[in-house]
Ligand binder design. Structure first.
Ligand SMILES: [Zn+2]
Length: 301
């Protein structure tokens, strides 16, 4: 009976090998998922993932570049304080856990819960807005920025309504003719928005070197003035663009809305550097973070 027992040994050896291989396949990924502690000076994809998670939670870690610097550190500490965990500026398992829970609970616990914000991406459809000498259309930049602002505000619990969600004229989908400017103001008024924020890109063909951020508000509204200047200054802070000033603006959407209303002009379609920046996704994120910060500052004052 040597034959069968020999083949039995072979079989058990094979089984042993298969089991070891199987366990290795299961355990190896678990080992590599064990996230390292991220701290000042850390670099790599894990840092980029942390920066994205902080952004999504409404905290600004600076550019998502995979480098844990001073801005990421201060955003992380702000988040840890807001989440009620130890503020050590080091991202370990507890912080990772808190970050993944944050998004799910922000609707009910976010600091902007119960606030309705109407975002108004300038132009759209047949109306491209200002054109850059290099073929860019203002309507595309304003929609990209407003969509990102919507995201950042929603992750903080706000109820966000946009006057348009795509490349069309507001009101063109209402089934009867309505002027697009009337439609924009009416969307804000009929939804009893807490604030109205219109996003535009400036143009100054007389001098292509002019660059920067400006805020506009309706005459006589102190709250609108404060909203507009807060947003414009925050955008200057997150983008590095120059803050020009905040002025009274003779715009229909500002004068026909019944709540604090601001119009922000981010950069100039006539400035090559501004347009080159506006073509880049990370920059649009920085603009959106600035606008969301301004809005959140104003609403939580
Ligand atoms: Zn415009």
């Amino acid at each position: 009976m040597i034959g069968p027992s020999k083949s039995w040994t072979k079989l058990s050896k094979l089984l042993f090998c298969v089991t070891v291989l199987f366990l290795a396949l299961i355990l190896l990924p678990i080992r590599s998922y064990a996230a390292p502690l991220l701290r000042m000076g850390s670099r790599g994809d894990e840092v980029a993932a942390l920066q994205t998670a902080l952004l999504n939670a409404g905290f600004n870690p600076g550019p998502v570049d995979g480098i844990f610097g001073a801005k990421t550190l201060s955003a992380l500490k702000e988040f840890q304080a807001a989440a009620g965990i130890a503020v050590d500026g080091i991202c370990g398992p507890i912080t990772q856990d808190a970050l993944s829970r944050w998004q799910g609970t922000s609707r009910s616990t976010g600091r902007l819960r119960g606030k309705t914000v109407v975002l108004d991406p300038g132009h759209g459809g047949q109306e491209p807005g200002a054109l850059s000498p290099w073929g860019d259309k203002e309507k595309n930049f304003t929609l990209s920025i407003a969509s990102k602002v919507r995201y950042y505000l929603e992750t903080q619990g706000a109820n966000v309504i946009m006057t348009r969600y795509g490349d069309y004229s507001p009101g063109s989908d209402w089934g009867y003719w309505v002027d697009e400017l009337v439609a924009r103001a009416s969307i804000a008024n009929s939804n009893a928005a807490d604030i109205f924020v219109s996003v535009h890109i400036n143009a100054y063909p007389q001098d292509p070197t002019v660059s920067g951020v400006m805020g506009f508000y309706r005459r006589g509204s102190w709250s609108s003035q404060s909203l507009a200047s807060t947003i414009a200054q925050c955008v200057a802070g997150t983008t590095g663009l120059r803050y020009i000033d905040t002025q009274v603006g003779p715009y229909y959407v500002l004068n026909h809305t019944y709540m604090p209303a601001a119009l922000v002009e981010v950069g100039f379609m006539t400035n090559w550097n501004d347009v080159n920046l506006l073509r880049q996704n990370w920059f649009l994120d920085q603009v959106a973070i600035g606008i969301s910060q301004g809005i959140a500052d104003y609403l939580t004052r």
